[in-house]
Each structure stands twice: as C-alpha cells, then as structure tokens.
Design a protein around this ligand. Structure first.
Ligand code: EFY
Length: 245
C-alpha cells in the first residue's frame, strides 16, 4: 500500500511514522507514506496555493490548479489510486472504512488549510470525502494521519503475527472492558477477584458483561450496530433494569 499525501506541511508526516509499529511496518516495506508539498505544483513568482474568495469574505481558499496538477501527476503513476478529501463536510470516518480502504493499492489524501478547497476540486478530482469528527481544526493533516494509522492496522503483517486487526479486542464494536495490571492493590483499590480466579470462562463472561455495561452507559447508540448473542441480550436486559433502579 502506498499512501500519498498532498499538503502544505509535509513535515507533519515525519515523526508519527518514526515510532512504534508504524515505523517497523514501513521498514519491513509493508506500506509507504509519501508526503508531497502542494507548493511544488504552484505557479507564479510566489508559488501561490491559495487566493481570496470570490464573493468576498474572510480568509483564503485553496486554489484548484496546483491540486489538479498534483493529483494528475500522481495518478499517472497509479491510475487506480483513490483520492480522499479530508474535510469537515466529509462522511464520518468509521472502523468499517478503515477495513475497506486497506484493500486499496494506493490512496491519495488531500489535506485542507485556510478556509478549505475551491469547490471544483471536489467536483472532478475526488473519490470520497471523510471527516474524523465535529470540531474545528487548523488543517486536514492530523485527520489524514489518523486515517493512515487506522487503515494500516489492517494491512497484512503490520500488527505482527500475535494479533490481527480483525480479532482486536477493540473491534467487536463494543467499548473495552476495564483493564488491570500489577500491583494487585493500588492506593487501596484492589483488582476485581474474578480476574485473579484463574477461571477463564468466568473471566470471559465478566469481561463481556463489563463491555456491555460500559457501552450501555457511555455509548448506547453503538449497541444498535453490534452483533449480540442471546446471552448478550439477556445480560443487557438485566443491566438496563439495574440502571433504572
Ligand atoms: C462544524 C465543524 C465540523 C466544527 C466545522 C465547521 C466548519 C469548519 C470546520 C473546520 O475545522 N475548518 C477548518 C479545516 N478543518 C478540517 O480540515 C477538518 C476539521 C474537522 C475534522 C476533519 N476531518 O478531516 C478534515 C477535518 C478545513 C480547512 C482547514 C482545516 C469545522
């Protein structure tokens, strides 16, 4: 997989990829991230990439030409590449998108700055638009890095042989159960006995129940999207009843 990123700040894609499993996966050649400065395709004496908005208003808009030139050049090398626009107006990015996008050979991320893109960029050059959340940011670079992180976990070999993105404890769509490690008592707070019992069946049930409880309490809307067993439904009914009392 090759991730190409078109940005005014290519440096932002250096250090996050020099750490941990992402760095190792890159070293192993499992994927590659190539950040390109949009200014390389800009024209004129000042290599302008932005300009004032037609119709007036504050701020600047990213010019369409440098973006179009950059995408055209990158797609000459990779005609099947998908162009993803990072924008607050995009589809909310979800785990399912990460799974699906990991099957692509080449993704081209377009990161916005200023007030965003000239509308003609999204009309002709873009395959999909994604947003990572409803908050105001200074640029689309961190969203692109977030998506790269989420997508590359699904690439073969990135997570190492031990675990895989599909069997992630996080990926059953429920929130995680509480985690504990040594010491057994910390600041007077003990680890739940069940976890010290060695009874793996009981531990698995307790963990599933904690996931259901935590999801019910904090993100009940996630429960609609999760495949629940009969046992899960029974536990949930009990928990709903308990939470009411
Ligand atoms: C209603 C709300 C969502 C709060 C809103 C309304 C209007 C503008 C903005 C805003 O943040 N504009 C600034 C820019 N933002 C993003 O690029 C961006 C932001 C958030 C998630 C993202 N996922 O991908 C790219 C993302 C756009 C151009 C420079 C950065 C946000």
């Amino acid at each position: 997989m090759i991730f190409d990123v078109l940005t005014l700040f290519p440096e932002m894609f250096v250090s996050p990829l020099q750490e941990s499993i992402l760095a190792r996966a890159i070293k192993q050649g499992l994927f590659e991230v190539r950040a390109h400065n949009l200014r390389s395709w800009a024209e004129g004496k000042h290599l302008t990439t932005d300009d004032t908005p037609y119709g007036g208003g504050d701020g600047m808009v990213m010019k369409p030409e440098p973006i179009a030139k950059a995408i055209t050049e990158l797609k000459q090398q990779a005609p099947t590449a998908k162009v993803l626009l990072m924008t607050p107006q995009g589809v909310p990015f979800r785990q399912q998108h990460a799974r699906e996008l990991a099957h692509e050979e080449n993704l081209i991320f377009l990161c916005g700055r200023y007030e965003g893109f000239d509308e003609r960029v999204r009309q002709t050059l873009v395959d999909a638009e994604f947003s990572i959340g409803d908050f105001v940011l200074t640029g689309g670079e961190l969203p692109a890095m977030v998506m790269i992180d989420a997508i590359c976990r699904h690439l073969p070999g990135v997570l190492g042989s031990s675990s895989s993105a599909e069997t992630d404890s996080f990926v059953d769509g429920l929130l995680e159960y509480p985690q504990y490690t040594r010491p057994a008592v910390f600041n007077g707070m003990a680890v739940p006995d069940v976890l010290l019992s060695g009874d793996h069946g009981r531990i698995a049930n307790w963990r599933r129940e904690q996931q259901l409880l935590r999801t019910l309490q904090r993100r009940p809307e996630l429960l609609e999207k999760v495949l629940l067993t009969e046992q899960d439904e029974k536990v949930l009914d009990l928990l709903r009843h308990k939470l009411k009392t």
